[in-house]
Design a protein around this ligand. Sequence first.
Ligand code: ADP
Ligand code: MG
Length: 468
Amino acid sequence: VWENCLKIIKDNVPAQSFKTWFEPIKALKLDTNVLTIQVPSVFFYEWLEEHYVSLLRKTIKHQLGSDGRLEYNIVMDKSSGSKNPYTVNYPTNNNGELKNQPVPMPVNINESIKNPFVIPGLKKLNIDPQLNAKYSFDNFVEGECNRLARSAGFAVAQKPGGTSFNPLFIYGGAGLGKTHLAQAIGSSVKTMYPDKLVLYVQAEKFGQQFVDSLKNNTINDFVNFYQLIDVLVVDDVQFFSGKEKMQDIFFTIFNHLHTSGKQIIMTCDKAPKDLVGLEERLLSRFKWGLSADLQVPDIETRVSILQMKMKADGIQLPQDVIEYVAHNIDNNIRELEGALISLLAHSTLNRKEIDLPLAKQMLKNFIKHSTKEISMEYIQKFVCEYFEIPLEMVKSKTRKREIVQARQISMYLAKNHTKASLKTIGQFYGGRDHSTVIYACQTVEDLIDTDKKFKNWVQDIQKKLKMS
Ligand code: ADP
Ligand code: MG
């Protein structure tokens, strides 16, 4: 089809123009009445639209009927060849139907061009959004730790550019879901507004493209390309720290997009206020919209995440194994997933059901890496479960014997197994002062020496605490 089009075009434009503007075009695919062509740059695309739109339209209609449409793909950085992220690699098939096309008729190109940029049904630009289907809102587990960021992201996805969350700045530590959430926003926009140009890019990749464009003298193409985007997601913007030229170019693009009401979403491993090496004018823009953080997930969220992943993979693990994993890997969701995957791999390889002892054995290395010291919360929970008393009781004023005992044991364990000061421990256990903690520890030590049953309790708890 495109070859037929070219024939018509050739008859209607000067030879030199044909060579410059039409020969470099590559036909990519034909879907019933939509022909997709690839052009070398944004500038190229705009030039075609400006100067040849009428000719193109007529040619396409002539070849594909009155519903015929043309879509463009733009090549971004030529240097990376077939790995070019901005071209969808469609097979360039010239299927047999072409032979049956009618003989080209002369096309009258003298019809005046009224508004080259608004031709409904003809112009459509495609860019591969670089989104990964595995990240969606559906499989992003909601918890206290991500509620604000998630709901802001959701709002942005519903109305990109139309909320006050522009830019949306998502920050948090490694493995807490920044990329997942940012990608989910992009995908969700694409589903709801297929015609919007969405682009996900890692800041590092953006930087590489920028450097390449400097080298190849194509900086205008680079900027023009980014300024076309409707929803731009830039992942890990801390990469821009200390890179002034890159920040300048990003500043230009940012301003252009923001002024045109386009949506910008950024992720970062730090809060804007903690970002160093970033120009003040850029930083202040980062704060224009909404900054929302992703925090370390609490135990319930960690369990939900594991359960969700298992369900997605159609597998099951015993509840105590899940809880063990969730308890022990507590500050990185990527590691949480990693533990699950390695458990499954082991069990498949060894054809063994995973029970708790096996899980502990297999995750030894994982957990040594990621556990922090035992927390006072954990001790409290542990001791209360052991004595089967309500969690909040140990912090209360009650002087009931078994509660006092549990409280004193908790304080003793906190002193011996955490780095917390006596003052902090006292504060934690119901706002008591440090002398109460000293007294508690002394009491426990005395009882260990004199009361065999008590000694067994404490040893038992300590052993279990260490094992967990
Ligand atoms: P970051 O970009 O912050 O380093 P990622 O987005 O790459 O983290 O997340 C690490 C892994 O954890 C990914 O596989 C992601 O799918 C998963 N993950 C993170 N947060 C959640 C969540 N709330 N629900 C489900 N999976 C999550
Ligand atoms: Mg990431």
